[in-house]
Design a protein around this ligand. Structure first.
Ligand code: PAD
Ligand code: ZN
Ligand code: ZN
Length: 378
């Protein structure tokens, strides 16, 4: 199916394997099998360090181990399996952590994007045929969200990859594979932020900053940024926040502070952290009669959240979405085109660029709050 010299052969390369919970990544030699029918093998070029990957390390998000995580990336097609028609060797591509099969009820729905072929609801970490394409030290290693981008080569389903402009700089465009699209889309698609509105964004990591960019693009008049780490405020202002506040600077709960600042509550609020208390605070700070609150942060697995239903009875709307509500195959090429046309300052969230081998350093920077986005290059 391909002209490359590696096509049809097992590739030995480096990957960051997680053998157990709460352990560092181990750079190992792995074997990556050739793509089977309807699968694509990619050579990774750049991958971002997103908090969702760290949630697997910490156990906040469950996944079978051993596993190769990483889901925000860009690469080049090395070879394709039988029946693949939408990409060919040499194409620049972005893997999709949320697939778009195009056939299920969700893919056919005009507004929804949580394709039934996703590996998020119940992560299995295997390909369609029940096996994995990675082995290490003789053991199968699981895939993650159908992407596994912390590997020099990875195999993905055709429904989990999309071709992008051959001129795109992959070390920046990789952010369109998760952080950028998730944040920006949550503002423009999910919340549908309106012109002149007031927004509150809880959590100023790579994703939260892109929510701010989306609120600004939608014409919000006030964008109030909330974080415990005031080192994040300068960047938040740079991308469009009009005010920045630290909950630790107030005696009152932060939702009370925000309601007072905004005459009864914000129009739109976003939780971009992944904590129950901040999810309820974000809901509570939006206007009781017409506020819309969007959950983006991934919460601790299998725990219920106590909240007073009165918060919704008065008229608030509570929503959530993965990947900013975008259907990956349809939207990513357009987002890349908009990025190439300089419609948003995507690269301003990149604070560090490291060689892939320094992945543990990249995660330490995230955990210590010193980085926004670290891009690993291969
Ligand atoms: P990040 O860790 O870079 O940013 C989180 C920010 O929240 C940091 O700046 C923290 O200082 C701040 N923070 C932590 N605790 C608090 C608190 N109690 N009050 C205020 N601020 C606080 O993460 P990220 O931007 O990569 O990701 C954010 C969340 O979004 C995380 O849970 C991740 O798993 C999730 C996510 N969801 C999707 C999706 O499709 N829904 C995609 C990508 C990431
Ligand atoms: Zn992510
Ligand atoms: Zn589908």
């Amino acid at each position: 199916m391909s002209t490359s010299s590696t096509a049809g052969k097992v590739i030995k390369c480096k990957a960051a394997v997680l053998w157990e919970l709460k352990k560092p990544f181990s750079i190992e030699e792995v074997e990556v099998a050739p793509p089977k029918a309807n699968e694509v093998r990619l050579k990774m070029v750049a991958a971002g360090v997103c908090r969702t990957d760290d949630h697997v390390v910490s156990g906040q998000m469950t996944s079978p181990f051993p596993v190769i995580v990483g889901h925000e990336a860009a690469g080049i097609v090395e070879s394709i399996g039988e029946g693949v028609t939408t990409v060919k060797p040499g194409d620049k591509v972005i893997p999709l952590f949320l697939p778009q099969c195009g056939k299920c009820a969700v893919c056919k729905h005009p507004e929804a994007n949580f394709c039934v072929k996703n590996d998020l609801s119940v992560p299995r970490g295997i390909m369609e045929d029940g096996t994995t394409r990675f082995t290490c030290r003789g053991k199968p290693v699981h895939h993650f969200l159908g992407t596994s981008s912390f590997s020099e080569y990875s195999v993905v389903d055709e429904i989990s990859v999309v071709k992008i402009d051959p001129a795109s700089p992959l070390e920046k465009a990789c952010l369109i594979g998760c952080g950028f699209s998730t944040g920006y889309g949550s503002a423009v698609n999910v919340a549908k932020v309106t012109k002149g509105s007031t927004c509150a964004v809880f959590g100023l990591g790579g994703v939260g900053l892109c929510v701010i960019m989306g609120c600004k693009a939608a014409g919000a008049a006030r964008i109030i940024a909330v974080d415990l780490n005031k080192d994040k405020f300068a960047k938040a202002k740079e991308v469009g926040a009009t005010e920045c506040i630290n909950p630790q600077d107030f005696k009152k709960p932060i939702h009370e502070v925000l309601k007072e600042m905004t005459d009864g509550g914000v129009d739109f609020s976003f939780e971009v952290i992944g904590r129950h208390d901040t999810m309820v605070a974000a809901l509570s700070c939006c206007h009781e009669a017409y506020g819309v609150s969007v959950i983006i942060g991934v919460p601790p697995g299998s725990q219920d959240l106590g909240m007073n239903p009165m918060l919704l009875l008065t008229g608030r709307t509570w929503k959530g979405a993965f990947f900013g509500g975008y259907k990956g195959k349809d939207s990513i090429p357009k987002l890349v085109a908009d990025f190439m046309a300089k419609k948003f300052p995507l690269e301003s969230v990149i604070t560090h660029v490291l060689p892939f081998e320094k992945i543990n350093e990249g995660f330490d920077l995230l955990r210590s709050g010193k980085s926004i986005r670290t891009i690993l290059t291969f």
